[in-house]
Design a protein around this ligand. Sequence first.
Ligand code: ADP
Ligand code: MG
Length: 615
Amino acid sequence: MNTRHLTLAAVAALALSWGLLPDFTLTLLSYIALYALVAAGLVMLTGVGGMTSFGQAAFVGMGAYATAWVCTSPLAAQYLPAALAGSAWLPWVGLALGLATTFALAWMLGAITLRLSGHYLPLGTLAWGLSLYYLFGNIEGLGGFTGLSGLPPLVLGGFSLATPMRLGPLIWGVLLLALWALHNLLDSREGRAIRALKGGRVMAESMGIDTAHYRIKLFVLAALLAAISGWLYAHLQRFVNPTPFNINIGIEYLFMAVVGGAGHLWGAVLGAALITLLKEQLQDILPRLLGTSGNFEIVVFGLLMLLVLQRFADGLWPRLAGWTQRWVRPANAASAGTPSARTPAVPLATRALPPAGQVVLQASHVSKRFGGLVANNDIHMNVKAGEVHALIGPNGAGKSTFFNMISGVDDPSSGEVLLAGKPMQGQPSRHFAALGMGRTFQHVRLLGQRSVLENVALGAHRRGRSGWLACMLRLDRAEEAALMLEARRQLERCGLAALADQPAASLALGQQRIIEIARALAGQPSVLLLDEPAAGLRHLEKQALATLLGQLRAEGLGILVVEHDMEFVMKLADRITVLEFGAVIAEGTPAQVQANPRVLEAYLGGADDFGGMAA
Ligand code: ADP
Ligand code: MG
């Protein structure tokens, strides 16, 4: 049995038993699905994208109030065509209004709050969560804190969905559809980009991903799921008031996502079920044990949550998956992330590489000042196609600063960087990627839990086109097949094809560095920037790295390495630039540089042995 069979069996069992279950259970199941829909959005936002929101309940409220207002307000009736009055279409108008207002508000809030980093983002979500709650309660047209009542039931094909018995299947249908779409999204080019958000802004941007845009889109997606849940909720309850959209409930939604397993979609369903049932039971049992004088369930609930989070930091779903591993295989485990072999791959966009000897990257008069400190002082340097250029210098010489200047991470205070002949002043690193720059990081930045293949495919992000909707609906399979094929090809080029399906974190450091190179290659770069690629590698790993870089040079890439390991640099580089105190003190072939008295001075205070030195 695999996970897909299990899912189908569970859904079939639920569908078959639906008519036999008592009303109370049906109501409970309907609520679980409503909560799970919101929690699934949070799994995407928090677990996958790394952004915490306490304010989702407010978006549920938007969805609920929009339809309540459309269906019951005399004011709304004035705006709508007379033919709609009292018709079965009103709730659908309500849904459209709810989605539209949520979209607009979430986009706006996202644009403001998502700029905040660290603790400020969750605090920001608390702030607007509270404001919206009070707004619902204080707008007279929305019935104040008493709310709006008399909502009509949903009618589908002339069939009134007035009871949980009838509306429940629609709610579960919507939930399952959403889970399917989100699952598809995660298993695609756009999903990899979303996952990359957690790997840090600098890494994701250097893969060509507009991180600010993706963060806002993810936030809007989670908000829309919440609004749909609110719409269904309003027509299940048939009245709305502000209480269920309170900030407490916002926190509970986050609990559901985290307790279930913040990175797993089914964790949302597990979390929603556990917390709903637990609250139900506690409200029942505790008053009998402890009397009715206090809200003990809140205290016990809080303590239980603490315990779960303390014992199962990653949530319960991964644990559950671990326990059942023996009986339930993951669906198509062998080819995880690979679209079916039947899908023909569409060719990816390719780029012609510049001829050997052509300057691909040029820095002229580049200076960088941090306050009074001149970290880079009037640096000239160029990298040509088909050569390895090394940048060396003692600690604090300004190498990392220069690396940031030429890769778009930071802007020079003065001077100019040209990539493929284009001035790059003020451009973000994703534009550097688009013009043919690939890079690796001094501290390896891979998505450790994802497979090697997926990590490499991330590098090809820019070469695909499919948008979120296409990915959700599985219309991207041909392109996905091509991206995976390309990732495999790059892994083969780097000699790591055998490790394609391993989680990246399980590999040795030397292999991880080579995966970063394969990832950069998947973007079809003409110039490759490597930040201390040999640091921390064992002797054999360094040899493998040198062989690979030599081979890439022969294929026509321009390579710039910032490196401490002199032996490595002297053997590999065609040209070397030496920095000291932010300025270039020498440039030339390894032999010229080794013979340069200023270089010897800078490194060893004049000693003549160059071979054994390390900066
Ligand atoms: P290297 O990589 O060659 O060791 P760096 O480029 O990291 O050198 O640093 C060069 C100089 O600039 C150092 O004196 C460092 O303290 C300073 N520096 C680097 N980044 C900053 C920054 N963001 N703010 C202030 N000073 C910095
Ligand atoms: Mg450095």
